[in-house]
Design a protein around this ligand. Structure first.
Ligand code: KIV
Length: 304
């Protein structure tokens, strides 16, 4: 909370048997307990998700849309991802923190990809990086993993290719398109990716890719057969206003609850009910209490 220490004003954290989730541990989860990944963009959200037990926190370039209000993820910069990743990493005691490599931060060459992946590890304090694309970026993935940086792949709907794909559309609907997704996923696995995100593909295609890979798949709009699932945090909490994609199940309706709370705050400030005596520090040691500056202040002092 703003104005108090990070430990909530002195409340001790419970002793916890959890250990840091690492890339090798995640790779070994194939076929075992389903992996849970949620996006996060700041310290407070990261801490809530981390303490709830989520395995992976993804600092997605979706931040361009849900934090910055852009129409696509394309404008997001490396520095922006790095900044948000650093905040998330500070809130992640156990979860594995993945930093998304934004558009044009890795496509130019393997050297560019490695340099920028390195920045996200050094400056963003990420534990791994995620790259969108398949066969065409496999050499970059290999170069990054050879340098000791774990890589998450991302195939199917790759939002950085929004304009080439003609929008946010389900991918892999034809036999040929499904085969290409499988080839892309296999190329990433071969290049060293330790897990692969499958976005917006039919469930049977995701199931086939999941069966074909030795590394786990993490689905978003890809059905139940993936080895794990990922959601954008604001979707999970029901905080996204407007259109909700089919796959984005809201596990709470915090957006509505926040609006109710905000309206109550406005009413209470206007009526003088907030701040009440319990929200005020002790009076100063000056001899005479100063005269209330407002009518609402006078009412409250009379009530104390
Ligand atoms: O940027 C992002 O949040 C993502 C997930 C939706 C997988 O790539």
């Amino acid at each position: 909370m703003y104005g108090s220490s990070h430990d909530g004003g002195g409340t001790a954290r419970p002793a916890h048997p959890r250990k840091r989730v690492t890339a090798p541990l995640l790779r070994d989860r194939k076929g075992n307990a389903a992996i849970t990944m949620v996006t996060a963009y700041d310290f407070t959200m990261a801490r809530i998700l981390d303490e709830s037990g989520v395995d992976m926190l993804l600092v997605g370039d979706s931040l361009g849309m849900v934090v910055q209000g852009a129409d696509t993820t394309i404008p997001v910069t490396l520095d922006e991802v790095s900044y948000h990743t650093r905040a998330v990493a500070r809130g992640a005691r156990y979860a594995h923190v993945v930093a998304d490599m934004p558009f044009m931060s890795f496509q130019l060459s393997s050297a560019q990809a490695l340099e920028n992946a390195g920045k996200l590890m050094k400056e963003g304090m990420a534990h791994s990086v995620k790259l969108e694309g398949g066969v065409e970026i496999a050499e970059h993935v290999e170069r990054i993993t050879r340098a000791g940086i774990p890589v998450v792949g991302h195939v199917g709907l790759t939002p950085q290719s929004f304009h080439a794909l003609g929008g946010f559309k389900v991918q892999g609907k034809s036999e040929e398109a499904a085969r290409r997704i499988l080839e892309d996923a296999l190329a990433l696995e071969q290049a060293g990716a330790f897990t692969i995100v499958l976005e917006a593909v039919p469930p049977d295609v995701a199931a086939e890719v999941t069966r074909a890979l030795t590394v786990p798949t993490i689905g978003i709009g890809a059905g139940p057969e993936c080895d794990g699932q990922v959601l954008v945090c604001y979707d999970l909490f029901g905080m996204s206003l407007g259109h909700r994609p089919k796959f984005a199940k809201a596990f709470a309706e915090l957006g509505e609850a926040m609006q109710v709370a905000t309206k109550q705050y406005i009413d209470d400030v206007r009526s003088g009910a907030f701040p009440a005596a319990e929200h005020c520090y002790a009076e100063s040691s000056k001899a005479a209490p100063s005269a209330p500056r407002t009518k609402r202040g006078a009412r409250k002092l009379a009530a104390v």
